[in-house]
Design a protein. Structure first.
Length: 349
């Protein structure tokens, strides 16, 4: 569904020109939103229109937006972050595409925000998981734990982002459009160098076949036409095959898909016999808690993780506590006490 059907004649002006979702995509790309955000915002706009019987958003307003968001909270039972994302998508749609400001969204039922402590792994559990991985997936998982990267941050690394001399990785245009520098673990550096040799050989073969192009950020491809085939801009973890870019029809190679890493990690967790609900993000949580356990200050960990607010990082201090707030259980004190002998029966000789 690209355009609401069955709209009244009064909405004919809203239907002229490019379709609504195409206009939304264009507005997001103009402001350099990430492809994932574009996909999410377009999805919420589509769900909003379908919820109201395919009415055009230009014929609706704050009341319809409130009704949709209340439906998400009360009937769909989405999380607070999901409801907030839907709200942001619709505010963007009205403000940047329809050129209207939404009025006060009242009475808006907010989804309940639950605070859960992150799942973390011990060093032995991480070792067990990594031993069950191989190839590029092993390297990705090693960077999630060894450098504290998000999964997409690791997959979107380019060749030029690694500095083996300084042992650092530059994460560019991360969450919040911020760059940061994280450590490149010594333990994985030799395997990364051998991996890059294989990737470079593959790139040379692609160039010989007239391929070897990758997508570039923003308008960089237009300013530097040859950059999309240059070695330094190639993905660190390229996908197996090429795809045809729907925007210009050019065949390019994308990076490794996130589901390939997620499936392999899930299988490794099960094979290691770990009963925790561990995911790729669990390795990043474990990176943070291990740094705090090693004595690094909270501000350093905040900078390495790329958190905007230190309160987000503070949650890992609760995970570090041994038991409840570091309290030693009274039961553990009983274990050291001598076991009392039962009273002797006087009838026994």
């Amino acid at each position: 569904m690209e355009e609401p059907a069955g709209a009244p004649r009064g909405e004919a002006a809203a239907r002229k020109g490019p379709r609504l979702l195409d206009r939304l995509r264009a507005a997001l790309r103009l402001r350099h939103y990430s492809p994932r955000t574009e996909e999410a915002y377009v999805g919420w706009a589509r769900r909003f229109v379908l919820f109201h019987g395919k009415r055009h958003p230009d014929a609706m307003g704050a009341a319809e937006v409130t009704a949709f968001l209340n439906h998400l909270a009360l009937e769909a039972r989405v999380s607070a972050s999901t409801q907030n994302q839907a709200l942001n998508a619709l505010v963007f749609l009205y403000r940047c595409v329809l050129r209207r400001e939404l009025e006060a969204l009242e009475p808006l039922v907010r989804a309940r925000r639950t605070r859960r402590l992150p799942v973390v792994l011990t060093a032995q559990e991480v070792q067990g998981i990594l031993s069950g991985l191989e190839g590029a997936v092993f390297l990705v998982a090693s960077l999630l734990y060894g450098s504290g990267l998000r999964l997409n941050e690791a997959l979107e690394l380019r060749v030029k982002d690694l500095d083996f001399g300084l042992r650092e990785i530059r994460v560019r245009e991360a969450k919040g459009r911020k760059d940061r520098v994280v450590p490149l673990p010594d333990r994985v550096a030799p395997r990364l160098e051998r991996h890059l040799e294989r990737v470079r050989a593959l790139h040379r073969q692609n160039l010989a076949r007239g391929l070897g192009r990758v997508a570039l950020p923003g308008a960089y491809a237009r300013k530097h036409p040859g950059a999309e085939r240059s070695w330094e801009w190639q993905w660190l973890f390229p996908a197996r095959s090429h795809y045809r870019d729907p925007r210009d029809g050019v065949r390019r190679r994308h990076h490794l898909h996130e589901t390939a890493v997620q499936r392999a990690l899930h299988a490794a967790v099960r094979a290691a016999g770990i009963a925790k609900r561990a995911s790729c993000h669990t390795l990043r949580h474990s990176f943070a808690t291990q740094l705090l356990a090693d004595g690094y200050d909270i501000r350093t960990v905040q900078e390495l993780l790329g958190h905007r607010n230190v309160n987000t990082t503070m949650i890992y201090t609760h995970v570090l506590n041994r038991g409840g707030r570091g309290v030693r259980s009274p039961l553990d004190g009983l274990a050291a006490a001598p076991r009392a002998e039962p009273p002797r029966d006087p009838r026994e000789g």
